[in-house]
Design a protein around this ligand. Sequence first.
Ligand code: IPE
Length: 269
Amino acid sequence: MRERVVIKWGGGLITDKAALKTVRTDVLDNLAEQLEACLDNEMDVILVHGAGSFGHLKAKQYRLAEGRVDAQGIEGELTQDEAVEEVRQDMLDLNEHVMKALTKRDISAVTLPPHQWARNTGPNFDGDLSLFEGAPPGIVLVTYGDVVECDGDSEFGILSGDDLVVRLAIELPRVKRLVFAMGGVDGVLAEPPQPDKEQNLLKTLNKKQVFEGDHASEIDVTGGIGLKVERGFRVLDHGVQVVLVSGETEERVAGACLGHPVRGTTLVA
Ligand code: IPE
């Protein structure tokens, strides 16, 4: 029986976060090669990618994560509705780069943009995952962080790739692992990275270390990586392995997907 892996390519990994709408093509090409190694080893892949400099800057400027806000609270020449459309288009553009990297390697992949099938935000978002389930073996299904419609007054919001992976990893059958491929770090660090100092990597991480006890405050899990760790533990609770690795080396993402020991952080119960 073929197993599945859910992979998240972080937006900070596949784009240059400091430069608006700039793709790291060499990184994408390398990640595609590593994804191919999974398929070659009979492992089916669900790929989720982030936004990086294709989504976050405009989403932040127009406060899209907050949903509908008073027009006076917005600084910029677009309305929020126009910004929603532009961010969705920017994400389609980024997705096209991702798909190009996959097709260059003859990988068959299909994208399901969340604004077409998902509603509401957070790890309990609404949306039918059966389209992901029905894919023939070897076909990669791709989705990504996006602006989606929301119930109630908020009208819209940002559904993060870190939330998409939770439901995909828990609800799809045969998922063996969830792998977060990140930029700039080797995994979860015991302290923030410092120049000229080797990263103090936590090879394993349990809930206690993060959420309680003496060490909790020492571990830097704020912001992006904190969300991944919190979402990761939800997935681990359902018996799916969770590994966080650097996506900037030649083999760690593929190794983590295939269950090989690689430098990175493995969540443990
Ligand atoms: C964010 O998605 C989506 C938008 C801002 C439109 P993610 O939360 O998955 O993106 P990254 O990985 O942090 O860039």
